[in-house]
Design a protein around this ligand. Structure first.
Ligand code: ADP
Length: 903
């Protein structure tokens, strides 16, 4: 219940009690008043009337006496009148009394009095009658005798007065008693009312005071600036409850205000701290003019500011092909060191930060493996921060910091701001350093210029002198020009002679190679058959000899081929036939051909192609293959352990775009002075007879020439003992040129030679071939050794062999033997050469379907065309590679079979 209500109720109650009391008292006073009035009006009136009667009686007596005494006097009528009036008055009084007296005793007395007065009246009337008769004496005597009656009336009156007086006294007495009681009652009631009022007030005041004291205590306990103010719990539904509620709300508001004020103060303090540190660092950075001073002037100030246990500062350098990070200062365990460490942009968190410019935070570092922070010295940090140092959004450096605790946000803020500042500083320092360097350079240049201008003055003087001399010389030179013209003509003549000589040389080489190859062919085939050792009657020693013969023959053959190739190139007889060279084919060729060789030497063999390489290139595929084969066989030959790597990439070089074929090995390498020599003919690093590696010393010369023909070139980089990298640059050419294509199977002399070298025991496999078994072959050749060796091999695989010494004989045999399936035709024959014979055969209806494989020692491309024109189905060079020959025969015989099946 609210206090207002309570107070209203309390005080209304008191007022009500007082009102009842007052009403009660007023009632009592009123009744007493009435009683007193009655007393006064009733008793007093009665007494008065009685006294009036008594006085009236006396007056009547006196008048009567007068009348009696003074009978003849004029006043007699007046007296009688007065007596009559007096009696009337007495009777009136009696009547009044009769009306107001109620008490029986008093009524009885009044009746007595009434009777007495009636008698008295009669007496008076008698007397007066007597008097009127003139008998005065008699009247006097009657009066004298009956006067006593007069006394009786007085007595009765008086007794009645005394009765009334007694009643009055009694009434007064009783009034006084009740009056006393009412006074006492009133006093007691007032006291009780006052007590109740007092108690109610006390109860109300007490409870208000207690609660207010409670509020005061809580308010007193408020501490200035506290964010946790005490709350009032007295939240009853009354005015004090409302005050408490209001107080609580005020406390909440105060707390919020206090909190805001504290936060604001903290922010201001932090901002001050930040501004001061930044200003300090800014001042420091102003004093730095050299990147090497960053350490003592700046770095040593930052470390203690953020309480770091490790720190390193890197800046990005661009003085190499790729940008990298240079560590310019570092700090570990109270030691400031200035190590120059290079970190690549891919390396670790620092490198990553430099690349993407994002801050990195590594927490709880202790949980990471030890190696992670080994570079941080003995201190084991708890948190690592890596900041990019930015300038206009670009990373110019990286700051790495570690702490044993945790970096508070404020320190992080400071560092971020400081790093922005530092970016500008580094840029400024770099620019200043650059300017200083330029200034120094320009000073040096100035000095040089000055010296040069002096020198030029001197030279001018000399020039002037020389001019004079020149004028004299000019006269002589005219004469010399004439002489030179003569010399030029002579030289032209010589060139013609040289070209002729070169032609003779080439032709000589071609002829000699034919002459050399033919016997060599027999030698190789026979040596091969020897090695097969079919009869199993050779000793180990003999087999070894046969092997040596075979190997020596191969070397000789290689040399001859190389010489021939070089001669052809030098005399310009090599044609370039451009076609689409598929890079994919090239890669699989390289892998298939050289991976087994490398594996045999336990070398790792890697072939990689860059993604931007086109699918094909227009070039002479054969030549490219030849060059790469040479580079790769060298790489494998001169590498004992490690790896050989081929990398095909696209690159810009001097005049344009090239495809670079990089062949790198980890072999013996080539010394600087030998690097130029090796491209010359017959040049080998180790040319002694005791040398470790075989070879002719012609491979690179041929490759270099071939590369030149393809508008490319070859470079070499090598370190002795570490390895060599040969790079063949082939120009990227997308224009399609005339593509020569041949309907027959193309053979590559180089390829075949290498295969024979690598597979000396190839003949052993030939025996197992039975696709050719039973087929009839005609060999037309005038060299019996050749015929002999071929016959031996072909019979060994189950073929039926016929032979003719020249073309004429060959045609005769063909006409007599209708079962001949295929012809092997030598070209250079004494009587009727290969060309003519083939033309004859093609003319004959019966024979023209027989496939002819022309076999010649001439490897020139025009020889090949000549053969095809004359009617050859296919073409092979001597010495004959057996596997290739068998393959060719199979191709042509199967083709034939299929055709006949078709028919
Ligand atoms: P060869 O037939 O002797 O290998 P080359 O002309 O191909 O003839 O090479 C000439 C010489 O260059 C070699 O004898 C060898 O001394 C050196 N050479 C070539 N390639 C390499 C290589 N990859 N590593 C070391 N030396 C090499």
């Amino acid at each position: 219940m609210k206090y207002t209500t309570r107070l209203y109720v309390g005080f209304s109650l008191i007022i009500m009690v007082i009102a009842v009391l007052v009403g009660f008292i007023v009632g009592i006073i009123h009744s007493q008043n009435q009683e007193l009035n009655e007393l006064y009006e009733d008793r007093y009136l009665k007494i008065q009337l009685l006294n009036h009667i008594r006085v009236g009686i006396k007056n009547v007596d006196n008048d009567l006496k007068d009348t009696i005494d003074h009978n003849n006097a004029p006043s007699k009528d007046m007296n009688v009148q007065s007596i009559r009036e007096g009696l009337e008055e007495i009777n009136d009084d009696l009547h009044t009394l009769d009306a107001i007296i109620k008490v029986k005793k008093a009524k009885d007395k009044l009746n007595i009095l009434h009777g007495q007065i009636e008698e008295y009246e009669k007496l008076i009337n008698e007397i007066l009658t007597i008097v009127d008769g003139g008998n005065t004496e008699k009247a006097a005597s009657v009066y004298e005798t009956d006067i006593k009656r007069d006394n009786q009336i007085i007595n009765t009156t008086e007794s009645m007065i005394s009765i009334q007086e007694r009643i009055m006294e009694d009434t007064l007495k009783s009034t006084k008693v009740s009056n006393d009681f009412y006074v006492k009652f009133t006093v007691v009631s007032i006291i009780i009312t006052l007590l109740i009022g007092f108690w109610v007030s006390r109860w109300v005041i007490r409870s208000i005071t207690n609660r207010f004291q409670n509020i005061r205590d809580v308010m007193k306990s408020i501490q200035y600036g506290s964010e946790n103010l005490p709350r009032l719990r007295d939240l009853s539904n009354d005015e004090i409850g409302e005050i408490a509620q209001a107080y609580n709300e005020m406390a909440t508001a105060l707390e919020a205000h206090e909190r805001m004020e504290r936060q604001y103060t903290e922010e201001v303090e932090e901002q001050n701290w930040l501004s001061m540190r930044l200003a300090e660092l800014s001042m420091l950075s102003q004093e730095i003019f050299d990147i090497n001073n960053l350490d003592e002037k700046y770095f040593q100030a930052v470390i203690p500011m953020v309480d770091a246990c490790y720190g390193a500062l890197y800046i990005i350098k661009n003085d190499r092909s790729r940008p990298y990070l240079l560590k310019v200062c570092s700090y570990t365990d109270d030691v400031f060191a200035k190590p120059s460490l290079i970190v690549e942009l891919e390396e670790g968190m620092v490198g990553q930060c430099a690349r993407d410019g994002r801050l990195r935070r590594i927490k709880s570092v202790q949980s990471l493996p030890n190696t992670f922070f080994s570079h941080m010295g003995e201190s084991v940090p708890n948190e690592i921060l890596i900041f990019p140092i930015l300038l206009d959004g670009e990373v110019v450096g990286v700051l790495e910091l570690a702490t044993k605790r945790e970096f508070p946000q404020l320190h992080e803020k400071l560092l971020i701001e400081a790093m922005n500042q530092l970016g500008v500083t580094i840029d400024r320092i770099m620019q200043q350093m650059q300017v200083r360097k330029l200034l120094e350079e320009s000073q040096a240049l100035n000095e040089e210029l000055r010296m040069q201008s002096e020198e030029m003055q001197f030279q001018q003087e000399q020039l002037r002198k020389m001019n004079e001399q020149l004028e004299t010389q000019y006269k002589h030179s005219e004469q010399k020009t004439k002489d030179l013209e003569v010399t030029k003509l002579e030289l032209e003549e010589r060139t013609k002679q040289l070209q002729l000589t070169s032609k003779y040389k080439t032709e000589f080489l071609a002829n000699i190679s034919h002459e050399l190859r033919t016997p060599l062919n027999s030698l190789l085939i026979l040596a091969q058959i020897f090695l097969e050792n079919k009869e199993n009657n050779l000793t180990e020693k003999q087999k070894e000899y046969a092997n040596t013969i075979h190997a020596a023959g191969k070397d000789l053959l290689n040399l001859i081929n190389d010489i021939l190739d070089l001669a052809k190139i030098e005399s310009g007889k090599i044609d370039i036939k451009r076609n689409e060279m598929e890079i994919g084919d090239l890669v699989s060729f390289i892998t298939n051909q050289f991976e087994p060789l490398a594996n045999r030497k336990n070398l790792e063999f890697i072939v990689e192609v860059a993604s931007n390489i086109p699918g094909f290139v227009y070039t002479d595929t054969q030549k490219v293959y030849q060059i790469l084969k040479n580079l790769l066989s060298n790489a494998i030959k001169f590498t004992v352990k490690g790896k050989v790597r081929v990398f095909v990439k696209r690159t810009m070089h001097l005049q344009g775009e090239y495809i670079a074929f990089v062949v790198a090995d980890t072999g013996i390498g080539i010394s600087k002075e030998n690097q130029e020599l090796i491209f010359e003919a017959f040049q080998q690093v180790d040319g002694t007879t005791s040398r470790q590696y075989g070879g002719t010393g012609l491979g690179l010369s041929i490759s270099k020439e071939l590369a030149g023909l393809l508008s490319g070139f070859i470079t070499v980089e090598s370190t002795e003992g570490k390895g060599s990298t040969f790079t063949f640059y082939l120009p990227v050419n997308f224009e399609a040129e005339v593509v020569h294509s041949y309907p027959n199977v193309e053979l590559d002399t180089f390829d075949l030679q290498h295969q024979v070298v690598e597979e000396p025991r190839l003949g052993a496999n030939i025996v197992q071939d039975h696709e050719l078994t039973g087929k009839h072959v005609l060999i037309v050749d005038d060299d019996m050794r050749n015929v002999f060796s071929l016959t031996t091999v072909l019979e060994a695989i189950g073929m039926k062999v016929s032979f003719a010494e020249n073309g004429l004989e060959g045609i005769q045999i063909l006409e007599n033997n209708r079962d001949i399936d295929i012809i092997l035709m030598d070209i250079m024959m004494a009587e009727m050469d290969g060309y003519e014979t083939m033309r004859e055969i093609r003319k004959s209806e019966k024979l023209k379907h027989i496939p002819i494989i022309a076999v010649t020692a001439k490897a020139m491309s025009e020889d090949r065309n000549k053969c095809i024109e004359a009617g050859a189905s296919d073409y092979m060079t001597k010495p004959v590679n057996l596997e290739q020959l068998i393959l060719l025969m199979k191709v042509w015989l199967c083709q034939l079979d299929n055709e006949s099946i078709g028919k």
